[in-house]
Design a protein around this ligand. Sequence first.
Ligand SMILES: Cc1cc2nc3c(=O)[nH]c(=O)nc-3n(C[C@H](O)[C@H](O)[C@H](O)COP(=O)(O)OP(=O)(O)OC[C@H]3O[C@@H](n4cnc5c(N)ncnc54)[C@H](O)[C@@H]3O)c2cc1C
Ligand SMILES: NC(=O)C1=CN([C@@H]2O[C@H](COP(=O)(O)OP(=O)(O)OC[C@H]3O[C@@H](n4cnc5c(N)ncnc54)[C@H](OP(=O)(O)O)[C@@H]3O)[C@@H](O)[C@H]2O)C=CC1
Ligand SMILES: Nc1ccccc1C(=O)C[C@H](N)C(=O)O
Length: 447
Amino acid sequence: MQTPLKIAIVGSGLVGSLLAIYLKKAGHVVHVYDRSPDIRKINFSGRSINLAMSNRGWKALDGVGVGESVREIAIPMDKRAIHLVDKLNFQNYGQEGESIYSISRGTLNRKMIDLAEQAGTEFYFDQKIWDVTLSDATLHIGETERGEWEEKKYDMVFGADGAFSRIRHRMQRQSMFNYSQEFLNMGYKELNIPANTDATHKLDKNSFHIWPRGKYMLIALPNLDGSFTCTLFMPFEGENSFESLTDRKMVEDFFEKNFPDSIEVIPKLAEDFFKNPTSTLVTMKCFPWTYEDKIALIGDACHAIVPFYGQGMNAGFEDITVLNEMIEKYGDDWKKIFSEYEISRKPNADAIAELSYRNFMEMSTKTADEKFLLQKKIEKAFSDKHPDKWIPLYSRVTFSDRPYAEALAIGDFQNGIMEEVLRTDDIENIWNSPEIENKILELLQNV
Ligand SMILES: Cc1cc2nc3c(=O)[nH]c(=O)nc-3n(C[C@H](O)[C@H](O)[C@H](O)COP(=O)(O)OP(=O)(O)OC[C@H]3O[C@@H](n4cnc5c(N)ncnc54)[C@H](O)[C@@H]3O)c2cc1C
Ligand SMILES: NC(=O)C1=CN([C@@H]2O[C@H](COP(=O)(O)OP(=O)(O)OC[C@H]3O[C@@H](n4cnc5c(N)ncnc54)[C@H](OP(=O)(O)O)[C@@H]3O)[C@@H](O)[C@H]2O)C=CC1
Ligand SMILES: Nc1ccccc1C(=O)C[C@H](N)C(=O)O
């Protein structure tokens, strides 16, 4: 146990509420503030309705003994179901028994807040934090940005307030604070595939469904009630864009032509299309993440990434695992804890930002390419035979807890080898031969 401090966490999202449990168990007084009403008392209407959870997320949950109760609300997806215009392909994510898990954001967030409260955390909802005084960890809270503010002083403040963090906003106004933000020219819109009348799923429920169409794509993740949440990713402007679909008929014709097998399972297509918002996608990077032993950013507040690897929450949960490792190592030396935490996490946050960006291309274009599926088969066959010599990039990111930066570097090296292997004559027929195995073994020597 550390010497007890009075700690405020800004943001009762996924990261803030899990962090609260960890800090409470370390012996601190923990207050969590959120600008929104208590998510347990309202109909959750947020975006990105379900999330894919993988190893790093589970590790952080298991670290405080809450993984089991979250597993109860998770649906395993062991493969991609790739919907081409005229056929359906499948691609396993990992080895037998390895899956990513679809979880409802609302249900998960409610559960985490319940668990944090049971652990002794105090929550304050409908409390907007507009500013923080870095030197003495004082929060400035009020109804409106221009109205009266109340001050609340703490020993330490964590900014877990998401991609548009106010705590980070204050840190940005220091010299030597680096910051960048980049919006994609692509947005997303959520649609719904309802359950069958007997509450079964209309598509295979243990697959992550993808309709890859190059510059745009549709995905669907299963929910416990038999429905799927679909997300359409598409450019804002130009041909095949949100801007170009202006009436019901255009939307229906677009889906009929491009996602023919989705039409019959999305009954309220046009209605949902015009009712639901088109949301933006942003990558945000910054450094440092901490100020003295007073303030620390965590989760999306210090590394918002595009969602295409399904790793944003997982990376935020891993921040907590690493912070906790530093707490266990350095005891009450918070300056050391903070500096080791940010040094350890920053290169990995940058690496998963890059990998996430690249994964759009993999999902929307490569999954529709037979050569790519062949590459995956070769990698799997080789890795089954030589697990000590080859772990595919996807598995390093998703099914391991090795650093993201290492996954990125090794993944690039492996990709160079695969490009060469795929250039072999008649590779379509000899991909599983000793010749190819030996070629890979040989290329692996050239480190
Ligand atoms: C479309 C989409 C799909 C995604 N899919 C996945 C996925 O499959 N897997 C995955 O791992 N990740 C996914 N993510 C990323 C994931 O949603 C985020 O990484 C995760 O929610 C970050 O959690 P957080 O707690 O840091 O921030 P948030 O969840 O944003 O929580 C921040 C909280 O802070 C509160 N807040 C903000 N400002 C203030 C303020 N000034 N005062 C008080 N409170 C404030 C907010 O109300 C909110 O409750 C996806 C993201 C998107 C956009
Ligand atoms: N990486 C990404 O591309 C993105 C990730 N996310 C993450 O997804 C999750 C769910 O997000 P969700 O609840 O839908 O978030 P929202 O998009 O609804 O954002 C929540 C609040 O942030 C403020 N905000 C939104 N857009 C901007 C902007 N461009 N500049 C400044 N402030 C802005 C708004 O505050 P106000 O009302 O005061 O203006 C808004 O109410 C969160 O984890 C979030 O961090 C969210 C968006 C993009
Ligand atoms: N959750 C997501 C949200 C949006 C886009 C992709 C995902 C993914 O999880 C992709 C998955 N990891 C894949 O590579 O097939």
